[in-house]
Design a protein around this ligand. Structure first.
Ligand code: PHE
Length: 470
């Protein structure tokens, strides 16, 4: 598909509230079509949740705690978005803006699955789950339990598939498989297989199955992508294309008034009147700003529920996950409160490296968010040691953690709509001359692609209206 572009040029002034990915995309597309845009951004930088932290960057939380990233040269931490699916419009913007991308390894059979049942490689967990499920289904098939669903030929076809799917033995039994991996991989001798498998009961009780489903989703399927050098390359290029001089940072909006001939927006450093306004703040933040858009709009803005999300970036003095664990990118899944450990999909074999020691949401994120940065790191290390052992606590040079629900003017990782109801659709349409945009107005919540798709929808409606009124 070609790049998005509004057709037909128009003039007009637009004030955009929020210079995150939605606001910047709105300004970028409207600017291409001839509009004169001004962005009001309460934070001190553009990008919103698209935030990449590097050595020297400071991160302040509501409540006043400030962390300074002390990462080494070239080391970065994507504190917000970190991965892009191939079908997402985000990649179109990367191409259009000249942001180079590289593979993001979302699924890695060499990474671990850690549950109360122990720690195994993802390949081992997969081999056992596929193996036992295949064995059970083959047994049921052979016992005639599926005779009503399957013809004789179908049964043969199914059994043939199950034998391959589960790597089953001659009697359709699962008794392990080289797919489970090795303690010592084959070379001159035939190696030392990972001991096991445990009995079906033990595999089920360990709960490893839950953790091998992550890349089954259309939004998480491998391969995924990331901008080279940090996710904020998207923000940097968008801001340049829009013109940094169009963005007022540190500008907190305090009032929105829809009028017959325009929209007046008051912020804590002045006021601005424009023909139209596009509000891209998080709905729970927007809901608290006085406006004259009516009670229905306020009620709709209050409907989505903020969801907490947290991450910690931990820089080590050596890439032990590559050298010792032989994990090159990917994610370890756990049933601990850290939920995931992300290994970097770039900079392989370089001297230092940064892993994401937790990436959690909801109650687990709130639990970490309530701790001091030091305690978050301590807790993350305690949990990670259960998987990686003592080395996890050694050579940790520095760390920075983010609790998105404690980030001023954002106050959440993303939102959850109790239902995609009339509140959702109401805000997809303008209220007078005020339009709304953001990932929260799409079915791609918590994706930059949602922000971009929503921006496109808003500017398309706005532009059609302007063209009609000329
Ligand atoms: N986009 C975020 C991520 O990749 C959050 C998310 C996770 C959204 C899973 C949908 C599904 O982690």
């Amino acid at each position: 598909s070609g790049d998005f572009s509004l057709t037909g040029r128009a003039a007009g002034t637009v004030v955009i509230l929020g210079a995150g990915v939605a606001g910047l995309t709105v300004a970028y597309e409207l600017g291409k079509a001839g509009y004169d845009c001004t962005l009001l951004e309460a934070r001190d930088r553009t990008g919103g949740r698209n935030l990449t932290l590097r050595g020297g960057d400071r991160l302040t939380e509501a409540g006043g705690v400030t962390q300074e990233a002390r990462f080494g040269e070239g080391v970065y931490f994507n504190a917000g978005p970190g991965r892009i699916a191939q079908w997402m419009v985000t990649l179109d913007y990367c191409r259009e803006l000249g942001v180079p991308i590289e593979t993001f390894i979302n699924s890695n059979a060499q990474a671990y699955v850690h549950t109360r049942g122990g720690t195994v490689r993802a390949r081992t967990a997969k081999a056992d789950m596929y193996g036992y499920v295949a064995e059970l289904l083959a047994k049921a098939t052979n016992a005639g339990a599926l005779d009503r669903e399957l013809t004789r030929d179908d049964r043969e076809r199914l059994l043939d598939f199950l034998r391959r799917f589960g790597d089953l033995g001659p009697k359709f039994d699962y008794a392990g498989s080289p797919r489970r991996g090795y303690l010592k991989y084959p070379a001159l001798d035939d190696g030392t297989p990972v001991p096991g498998p445990g009995a079906l009961h033990d595999v089920l009780a360990a709960g490893t199955g839950r953790s091998i489903l992550n890349d089954f989703g259309y939004d998480q399927a491998t391969p995924m992508f990331q901008p080279i050098g940090g996710m904020d390359a998207i923000v940097r290029r968008l801001t340049e294309a829009v013109g940094a001089d169009r963005v007022k940072t540190g500008a907190k909006v305090t009032k929105i008034t829809d009028q017959a001939d325009g929209v007046e927006v008051v912020w804590d450093g002045g006021r601005i009147k424009a023909d139209y306004c596009v509000a891209t703040l998080p709905p729970h933040v927007l809901a608290r700003i006085p406006h004259n858009l009516g009670a229905q709009v306020t009620a709709a803005l209050r409907t989505p529920v903020p969801v907490a999300a947290g991450k910690i970036g931990m820089e080590y003095d050596r890439r032990w996950w590559e050298m010792e664990d032989r994990i090159y990118g990917g994610i370890t899944e756990t049933d601990l409160d850290i939920t995931h450990i992300w290994y970097p999909s770039h900079g392989y074999h370089s001297e230092r490296g940064l892993i994401v020691g937790y990436y959690n949401t909801g109650p687990e994120a709130e639990l970490y968010g309530a701790l001091t940065p030091e305690d978050r790191r301590r807790r993350a290390v305690t949990q990670g040691r259960k998987i990686h052992g003592d080395k996890y606590g050694k050579g940790l040079l520095s760390s920075v953690s983010i609790a998105w629900e404690r980030q001023e003017h954002i106050q959440g990782g993303w939102v959850r709509w109790p239902a995609f109801d009339s509140s959702f659709t109401l805000l997809q349409r303008p209220s007078g001359r005020v339009y709304f945009a953001g990932d929260w107005l799409t079915h791609l919540i918590a994706w930059q692609a949602g922000a971009m798709e929503s921006a496109r929808a808003a500017v398309t409606q706005l532009h059609q209206r302007v063209l009609r009124s000329q």
